[in-house]
Write a protein that binds this ligand. Structure first.
Ligand code: ZN
Ligand code: ZN
Length: 416
């Protein structure tokens, strides 16, 4: 029997040199548990996908789980739908959507608020979604479901569907809802575009008169009287994680995109309302849940998303604070509980989100891997610069799982 693997991903945790501060957030943060991992184990730098590719969180997580995202990435729609708990099958075309506020003007729908006043689940989006599912009539099977806040997902199922279609969401208020168009000459794309336009039209009719929206208007709130689909994607046939590696896996995450990755690969993805994917998430609960999953799985990936948010906000201090929280409540908790003789612990990031840039970049990320007999190098700090002296050198994220499976004794010998 091999060892268990815990893969801790600080989302967008890595950063660049901040000229105002003279260091990176990881260098500035007080992270004794991360440093301990670096001190006790092997360290190095990793290109999440490969040098020069700026990873999305979704494509990077696929790579960390041993899949080539260029082969299997289905686009954001199907992953958001899976993350929201909707079934998506190979061939289905899925969209992420917003509930929005529109007004009619010369036969067009003009977007007034792309988020319908940031309407939420407890303000009636489940009821609105139910009405849309019941009353909209399309020539294909479909499922529309509310997601977090003003978000929702739409899945179309049937023959002759294609993801080669544009968005209905004009992205900015004051503009008309866009007519969805095919982006290829495939007749299935033309048919899908027509179906989505029909969905948008009928959904508006259903929502315009819905009692929840009448009440919102009476209270002076913007009605959620339109749905704006975007990000079409088609789920491909993918070999499930356990089938491919003979390793059972779980993904513990709050962000629906990451949960969607886990579900696409057939992994266990627990739901817990205290785990939100935002900065109000209960990180101690997340650590507990990861440890629970480790009892009956070979590998657990646990993602902490709030660090990335701080990078997007350009908030150096906030990022330092989130890193320190992650160190204490997630990394520290896991190190306290696992047996290094029976577990491989890996700490890394899915990409760099520099506070100086406010978006993901292609810079390599730090990695530390620890198990009882993992090679110890001379690195004793977990940050972007220190780990460059580590014994793992620099490698591709698509190889990470192989490194971990080897240390966990989960790979067959090649030859005699
Ligand atoms: Zn990410
Ligand atoms: Zn991000």
């Amino acid at each position: 029997m091999g060892r268990k693997i815990v893969l801790i991903v600080g989302d967008g945790m890595a950063d660049r040199f901040d000229p105002d501060r003279g260091e990176t957030p990881l260098q500035a943060a007080d992270v004794p548990n991360m440093d301990e991992l670096a001190r006790r184990g092997s360290t190095g730098l990793m290109d999440p996908i490969r040098a020069g590719v700026r990873p999305g969180s979704d494509t990077a997580h696929l790579a960390l789980l041993g899949y080539d995202p260029f082969e299997v990435y289905p686009g954001r729609g199907p992953l958001e739908a899976l993350g929201a708990g909707v079934e998506v099958r190979p061939g289905d075309v899925a969209f992420r959507c917003n509930f929005a506020t529109v007004r009619e003007e010369n036969g067009e729908l003009i977007v007034e608020d792309r988020r319908a006043g940031r309407i939420s689940e407890d303000e009636g989006t489940p009821e609105l979604a139910e009405a849309v599912n019941e009353e909209v009539d399309l020539p294909v099977e479909f499922e529309f479901r509310e997601a977090v806040g003003h978000r929702a997902v739409l899945v179309l199922r049937g023959e002759d569907l294609s993801a080669d279609v544009t968005d209905a969401d004009p992205k900015r208020p004051g503009r008309p809802v866009k007519k969805v168009k095919p982006t290829s000459s495939d007749p299935a794309a033309e048919r899908t575009a027509e179906i989505v336009n029909e969905f948008v039209r009928q959904a508006h009719e259903v929502l315009e008169e819905h009692p929840i929206n009448e009440e919102r208007r009476e209270r002076g709130e913007p009605p959620a009287n339109a749905i704006l689909p975007r990000g079409a994607g088609q789920l491909r046939e993918v070999e499930e994680f356990e089938e491919r590696y003979d390793v059972s896996g779980a993904v513990v995450a709050g962000a629906s995109l990451i949960k969607g990755i886990g579900r696409m690969l057939g992994m266990t993805v627990p739901e817990d309302e205290r785990i939100t994917g935002r900065r109000d998430t209960d990180l101690r609960r997340k650590a507990e849940l990861a440890l629970e999953c480790l009892e009956d799985h070979d590998l657990v990936l646990v993602n902490f998303n709030a660090v990335d948010e701080m990078g997007h906000d350009g908030d150096f201090e906030g990022k330092v604070e989130m890193l320190e929280r992650m160190d204490r409540d997630l990394v520290g908790r896991i190190l306290d509980e696992v047996d290094p003789g029976e577990t491989v612990v890996c700490l890394t990031a899915d990409h760099t989100t520099p506070v100086t840039v406010g978006d993901h970049t292609a810079d390599p990320v730090p990695v530390a891997i620890w198990t009882e007999d993992a090679r110890r190098d001379e690195v004793d700090r977990f940050d972007e610069i220190s780990v460059a002296r580590g014994c793992l050198g620099r490698f591709s994220g698509m190889r990470l799982l192989d490194v971990l499976r080897d240390l966990a004794d989960l790979i067959e010998k090649f030859g005699a």
